[in-house]
Design a protein around this ligand. Structure first.
Ligand SMILES: Nc1nc2c(ncn2[C@@H]2O[C@H](COP(=O)(O)OP(=O)(O)OP(=O)(O)O)[C@@H](O)[C@H]2O)c(=O)[nH]1
Ligand SMILES: [Mg+2]
Ligand SMILES: [Zn+2]
Length: 298
């Protein structure tokens, strides 16, 4: 029985599209009831219509979230997460911070993009995101709709030769950005108001697109907008290491197992009081910490 190696390039529930390298997308389904397959997975297929996913090869990493109700894998085997935001619809810094934590916890590089920089209100957003720059994140500004060329130029050093995933709230312009980077693709995009009226996100499935004109092997994943980002999968230590400003103070508190809440001699709280750690970032840490302390452990 011949088995083919392939990469999963689209996931719709339990049905998938695989790329075997011959240019023809192949429809396939997961074997077994629980479909533990995600976009970006390397798999072995058994031929057929549909082809059957016989085996999922070990993953380098996975971008995922987990809350009380469920866990969801966004995609796997990523080199870069591009967290997209914009002045419209109004940005949610909590979600941006969480996405960055999830990426760092899996050792996936991350960059933040302010899209729609043609909007005047971008200046205010730039100020709000300064704390991310202060802890080492790069924040790029571009307009996927108004200046495709600039978007390409700014993102090329980040995307070249890598598998990158766009994530962010619905309506920030992820699919518009994919269209800007993949000439001729023409994904469906939709005005935010129309999308909200229909009660649905415009993009409904995660999908991987090769990036022509970029270094060989470059690929970009578009994904549906997210509205929640539970991080119950993390341990307290993983959370602390995934926030650069807290990781930098690792071992500097009086107690080695300090949770940076009420303990005396806490280097993190001292830094917050001194203004060296941004208060909103610290509040994010406390929220996520409380959630994972409250989470039922298996
Ligand atoms: N002013 C402005 N509008 C933009 C820009 N990029 C995208 N938009 C608009 O923002 C709206 C939403 O864009 P989409 O690309 O569908 O957003 P999305 O992030 O893919 O949304 P979901 O698929 O629902 O997650 C559309 O009306 C786009 O035309 C930009 O650079 N400037
Ligand atoms: Mg979209
Ligand atoms: Zn501490």
């Amino acid at each position: 029985m011949t088995r083919m190696a392939a990469r999963i390039v689209a996931a719709h529930g339990r049905s998938f599209v695989a790329d075997t390298g011959d240019g023809e997308p192949l429809r396939c389904v997961a074997r077994g009831r629980r479909a533990e397959v995600a976009c970006g997975d390397q798999v072995l297929l058994r031929a057929g219509d549909p082809a059957i996913i016989e085996q999922v090869l070990p993953r380098r990493n996975a971008l995922w979230r987990e809350d009380v109700w469920r866990s969801k894998v966004f995609a796997v085997n990523l080199d870069l997460v591009v967290v997209v935001t914009a002045a419209q619809p109004s940005p949610n810094l909590d979600l941006i911070g969480r996405a960055l934590i999830a990426a760092r916890a899996e050792d996936i590089d991350a960059v933040v993009v302010i899209n729609k920089c043609d909007l005047d209100s971008t200046a205010a957003l730039r100020v709000r995101l300064q704390p991310l720059r202060d802890v080492g994140y790069v924040v790029l500004e571009l307009s996927a709709r108004a200046d495709r060329g600039q978007a390409r130029t700014l993102l090329r050093p980040w995307l070249d030769g890598r598998t990158s995933m766009l994530i962010g709230a619905s309506g920030v312009g992820k699919s518009t950005l994919v269209n800007a980077l993949v000439p001729g693709l023409d994904l469906h995009t939709q005005a935010v108001s129309a999308a909200l009226d229909s009660g649905r996100h415009t993009t409904t499935a995660t999908r991987l697109y090769p990036l022509p004109g970029f270094a060989t092997g470059s690929a970009l994943l578009d994904s549906p907008g997210f509205q929640a980002f539970g991080l119950h999968q993390l341990s307290v230590s993983q959370l602390q290491h995934a926030l650069p400003e807290i990781a930098a103070r690792n071992g500097k508190c009086r107690f080695h197992n300090c949770t940076h809440r009420q303990e005396p001699g806490c280097a993190v709280r001292d830094a917050v009081q001194a203004g060296a750690i941004d208060a909103e970032r610290y509040a994010l840490y406390l929220r996520v910490l409380q959630e994972l302390l409250d989470a039922p452990r298996a």
